[in-house]
Design a protein around this ligand. Structure first.
Ligand code: NA7
Length: 548
C-alpha cells in the first residue's frame, strides 16, 4: 500500500523511458523536502530529483570542519509540525553542520519522504511544452520525466564558484573545496595547508584547520567583518521553556523583518551618546551572533551610523590580534559592515596569534598562479600538501541557470536573465508557466531566516497549485509587467540601503561576467509575505491564469 500522492506507488511509465507525474521538485534540501510534503498532501504524485547522494542540500555538501549555522537552532528549523518541533532536541545554540543534517534526515524519515526522492540524479534541463502545458525534466543520465508543475528548490548557495585561478588543474597535492567536502574527513595533521578565501566558510574552517595543520597559510583578498558566535550547549530546562512558548515564538518570527526576531533599540545610532553606543555594542558582542547589527535602525542605511558599528568591530580585531601588522591586514575598511554577509565565528581572529598560522594579504602580493606543488604569489613560491578553496558560490541564480530551463517557445532562462534575474515575487517567471522558484531572486531568501522563507514560499506555491487544480486551470504565468514592476521595486528598496554599492555575492560581482543586480529583497520578510498573501487573495494579481 502506498499513501495518496506517492509517485513511487503509481509511476505512469511510457515507452521510451519517459515517466509522467504531477509535480517534479528539483533539490532535496530543506525546500525540496517540504515541497514534497505539501504537494503530497494535495494528492499530487510528486518526485524530488536530487544531485547529491543524500538529502539535506547545503548541509549535505558543506561538511567542512567548523561548518555551522549562523541562525539559532530553535529558529533554523521547520515550524510546520508542532509535534516535530516538540520532539526534536537541539544540543547547541548554533547547530553544527552534522546536527542540521541529522535533523533533515530525521524529517525525511518521520514524514516518510524518502520513497519519492531520487538521489544521484542531476537535472540538466527542464523544458516547457506549449501544446501539452507540461514540463519535461531531463537528468544527466538521460532519463526524462514530465510533470504539470516544476518546483525549483535548488538553493541560493549551491553552485560553488569556479575559483578562476590559473594553474589550478596543475596542482598535484590535495585540493579541497569547502562546499564539496569529502565524506571521509581528511586529516591535515602535520601538513602544510593553504586556505584561500575569508568569507563565512573560510572564517569557520580556518580555526579548525589551524588546530590540525603543521602550518596554515591563509590567503586573504578582502578582510571580513566577523562577530563571535558565543555558541553554547543547550540545557533541558531551557529546552522545556522554549518549547512551552514555541507557537508564540514562531508567530513573532513570522511577523518580523528577518524571519527571526532581532531585538533593536529602535533608535538611531546618533540618538545616544558614544558611551551608551559602546555599551550596546559590547552587550551584543557578548551575546553573540548577527543580532549585533540590530543595535540601531540606521546601521544599514547611514554610512556614519554604520561606521560606529564597524569601528567597534575593528577595535575588537586590534585588541584580539597581538601582532599589530597582522591585525592591520585583517581590518575591513572599504565597505560598510553588514553589506557583505556578516560572518559569525568561533575563535577566528585569535587564530592569527598561533605560531603555526601565517596571513598572506593578496592585496599586497596577489596570487599569480597555482603551481604543481603550491601557490605562487608576486612575492613568494609557497609549497603545500593541501589547498582548501573557500572561494564562495555563484549565488542565487547559479543553480537555476545551470539547470538549462526553457520556457514557452523554447526560450532559455539564461537569455531572459542576460541583464540580471527578473522573477515576480521571487517566485514565478514570465514565459515559464507552472514553474516556481523557492527562495528565488527578488525574495527575502538569504536576508531572512532561510527555513521560514522556504516554508512561506512552499506554502504559497502549494496553495497556488491547489487553486489551479480546484479551479480547473491549466497554467499560471507571471505577466511581464508584474515581473518588471517587482524587479524595479526590489532595486528601489535596495537603493535605500548601503548594500548595493558593496561588491558581494548579493550583487553577483564575485562571479566574473555576472550582471550586477542586488538579488535578494530587502523590504522585510513580514512586508513581503503580506504582499504574497494579498496577491493570492486577490485571485493572483500579476499572473495570467489559463483555463484547461
Ligand atoms: P564568500 O562569502 O563569497 O567568500 C569567498 C571568499 O573567497 C572571499 O573572501 C573572496 O574574496 C575569496 N575569493 C574568491 N575568489 C578568490 C580568488 N580567486 N582569489 C582569492 N580569494 C578569492 O563565500 P563563503 O562560502 O565564505 O560564504 C557564502 C555564504 O555561505 C555566506 O555568506 C553564508 O551565507 C553561507 P573577495 O571577498 O572576493 O575579495
Amino acid at each position: 500500500m502506498t499513501a495518496p500522492g506517492s509517485a513511487t506507488g503509481s509511476p505512469e511509465g511510457r515507452p521510451g523511458g519517459v515517466e509522467d507525474v504531477d509535480a517534479v521538485v528539483v533539490g532535496a534540501g530543506l525546500a525540496g523536502l517540504y515541497a514534497l510534503y505539501r504537494l503530497r498532501q494535495l494528492g499530487l504524485r510528486t518526485v524530488v530529483l536530487e544531485a547529491g547522494g543524500g538529502v539535506g542540500g547545503t548541509w549535505y555538501w558543506n561538511r567542512y570542519p567548523g561548518a555551522r549555522c549562523d541562525v539559532e537552532s530553535y529558529d533554523y528549523s521547520y515550524s510546520f509540525s508542532a509535534e516535530l518541533q516538540q520532539e526534536w532536541v537541539w544540543t547547541e545554540r548554533f547547530p553544527a553542520q552534522g546536527e542540521v543534517l541529522a535533523y533533515v534526515n530525521h524529517v525525511a524519515d518521520r514524514f516518510d519522504l524518502r520513497r519519492d526522492v531520487r538521489l544521484h540524479t542531476r537535472v540538466v534541463q527542464a523544458a516547457f511544452d506549449d501544446d501539452t502545458a507540461r514540463w519535461t525534466v531531463t537528468t544527466a543520465a538521460g532519463d526524462r520525466m514530465t510533470a504539470r508543475y516544476c518546483v525549483m528548490a535548488t538553493g541560493c548557495l549551491s553552485i560553488p564558484k569556479d575559483p578562476d585561478i590559473p594553474g589550478l588543474d596543475s596542482y598535484e597535492g590535495n585540493l579541497y573545496q569547502t562546499a564539496r567536502w569529502p565524506h571521509d574527513d581528511p586529516d591535515f595533521t602535520g601538513q602544510r595547508v593553504a586556505c584561500i578565501g575569508t568569507g563565512s566558510s573560510g572564517i569557520q574552517c580556518i580555526p579548525m584547520l589551524a588546530r590540525q595543520a603543521g602550518h596554515l597559510h591563509v590567503f586573504q583578498r578582502t578582510p571580513n567583518f566577523s562577530v563571535p558566535a558565543q555558541n553554547r550547549p543547550l540545557d533541558a530546562a531551557g529546552d522545556r521553556a522554549m518549547k512551552a512558548r514555541y507557537p508564540e515564538h514562531r508567530r513573532a518570527a513570522r511577523s518580523s523583518y528577518a524571519g527571526v526576531v532581532i531585538a533593536t533599540t529602535g533608535r538611531s545610532a546618533f540618538e545616544v551618546s558614544p558611551e551608551e553606543r559602546r555599551r550596546e555594542y559590547e552587550a551584543r558582542w557578548q551575546r553573540g551572533g548577527v543580532q549585533f547589527l540590530g543595535a540601531y535602525t540606521d546601521i544599514r542605511t547611514d554610512t556614519a551610523a554604520n561606521d560606529t558599528a564597524a569601528e567597534f568591530v575593528r577595535d575588537r580585531i586590534r585588541e584580539t590580534v597581538s601582532d599589530p601588522e597582522v591585525a592591520a591586514r585583517l581590518l575591513p575598511w572599504d565597505y560598510p559592515i553588514g553589506t557583505k554577509r556578516l560572518c559569525v565565528d568561533t575563535g577566528y581572529f585569535d587564530t592569527y596569534n598561533r605560531p603555526n598560522v601565517t596571513l598572506v594579504d593578496l592585496r599586497e602580493t596577489p596570487i599569480e598562479r597555482i603551481t604543481p606543488d603550491g601557490i605562487r604569489t608576486t612575492a613568494a613560491d609557497h609549497r603545500f600538501d593541501s589547498i582548501v578553496l573557500a572561494t564562495g558560490f555563484d549565488a542565487m541564480t547559479g543553480a537555476l541557470l545551470r539547470a538549462d530551463i526553457r520556457g514557452r517557445g523554447g526560450r532559455a532562462l539564461a537569455d531572459e536573465w542576460a541583464d540580471g534575474p527578473r522573477v515576480y515575487l521571487g517566485l514565478a517567471i514570465n514565459g515559464f508557466p507552472n514553474l516556481f522558484t523557492v527562495t528565488g531572486p527578488g525574495s527575502p531568501s538569504v536576508l531572512a531566516n532561510m527555513v521560514l522563507a522556504i516554508e512561506q514560499h512552499v506554502e504559497w506555491i502549494a496553495d497556488c497549485i491547489r487553486y489551479l487544480e480546484e479551479g480547473g486551470f491549466r497554467t499560471i504565468e507571471a505577466t511581464d509587467q508584474a515581473q518588471d514592476d517587482w524587479a524595479r521595486h526590489v532595486a528601489e528598496v535596495a537603493e535605500l540601503s548601503l548594500f548595493p554599492k558593496t561588491d558581494s555575492w548579493y550583487v553577483g560581482t564575485n562571479v566574473p561576467g555576472k550582471p550586477r543586480t542586488f538579488m535578494p529583497y530587502l523590504g522585510g520578510f513580514d512586508t513581503y509575505s503580506r504582499r504574497c498573501t494579498e496577491v493570492a487573495a486577490g485571485g493572483y494579481a500579476g499572473f495570467v491564469l489559463e483555463k484547461a
